[in-house]
Design a protein. Sequence first.
Length: 449
Amino acid sequence: MGTDTVRAEVAADEAAGLRREQRGWYFYDWACSVYSTSVLTVFLGPYLTAVARNAADAEGYVHPLGIPVRAGSFFAYSVSLSVIVAVLIMPLVGSAADRTGRKKPLLAAAAYTGAAATTGMFFLDGNRYLLGGLLLIVANAAQSVGMMLYNAYLPQISAPAERDAVSSRGWAFGYASGSLVLVADLVLFSAHDSFGLTQTEAVRICLASAGLWWGAFTLVPLRALRDRHARVSAAAPTGLRQLAATVRDMRRHPRTLAFLLAYLVYNDGIQTVITQASVYGSEELRLDQSTLIGAVLLVQVLAVAGALAMGRLARIYGAQRTVLGSLVAWTLTLGAGYFLPARVPVWFFVLAGAIGLVLGGSQALSRSLFSHLVPPGKEAEYFSAYELSDRGMSWLGPLLFGLTYQLTGSYRSAIVSLVAFFVVGFVLLARVPVRRAIDEAGNPVPDRI
């Protein structure tokens, strides 16, 4: 057998191995996206707000640690606090993953911590708003850490030319699983009497089942993915010194840092819409829970098609231009959301459809764009910074949302402020010379980016 034949067989085996890893990798989105959809987007916001109101005083305030907090703001503040916890943890876990080359055990630890906290939400009832806040903080921080490690696999399991497509398929898997579980949630919630359950019990089962789903399907990527040899010195700094070292290293790649700044801004708006939409729908627009579930289900279904369609657009126009177009669509959609009339579900469904078409694609293409900007061997470390921008730094939007409601008592006033995130993010992203940034990071530049 000739040398060329042996090389061809080795290359074919490596390609087949990467395809197996990619298929397994998709399933972590399938596993954990149910938490984002059923828990964070649909059920927990309105339910935790109701639990907090049960515990509120006559003026409508709860007092965690003696601090007066309007019950309607407690969920938003809890999301912000979870993000701050994630900010402190992710750089340390990312540096440990790069230093040891063992992403998979760390991914397992993060996934099962988040799944356990989510399953524990079954015990959230009565006036246990502090328990709900604690479980939310743990689950949200764990999901951020898990997604950081998951994203760090992307440049290792896909060639530059296929990265947009692989990333988009991952998002599509996540939205497909979210749709499937939301259908089951809608059946259980709408027909809770037929199952001999109260409405509260149905919500608690929907919350806990998301944790069980997360834990069960995480087994698939843990079997398929493999760890690579570390390309970072084992003597690399740890703890806060590593966080400082990561920031210093990123300053050597200012255009990568510029992309992260743009992403931080516009993704803060996206994440705030995701986490606060159900509260806005239930409290300001006076829509019932079944309507909210149906609207989010519509988002999930259209997001699958949207992620795949925007992946194809990226092959024609480039990922950067496609993301910029999605930010224009976000701006127009959110501006229209301010004027939605109360108690008219049809317009909320129209808004949900528009969000679904741009949601998956804008996130998937942002992830694949960033993967080109990561210096080789520093995937987890740099994706920890990306995840800080993704979920980790998305504290300003929920905080602003909560503060605006606390000061004005109007969720409609809170939602309109989020338009600024998309406008400023568009301007910052348009100024990033992506091709030059990829070249300076030491990576091959795709023909279309």
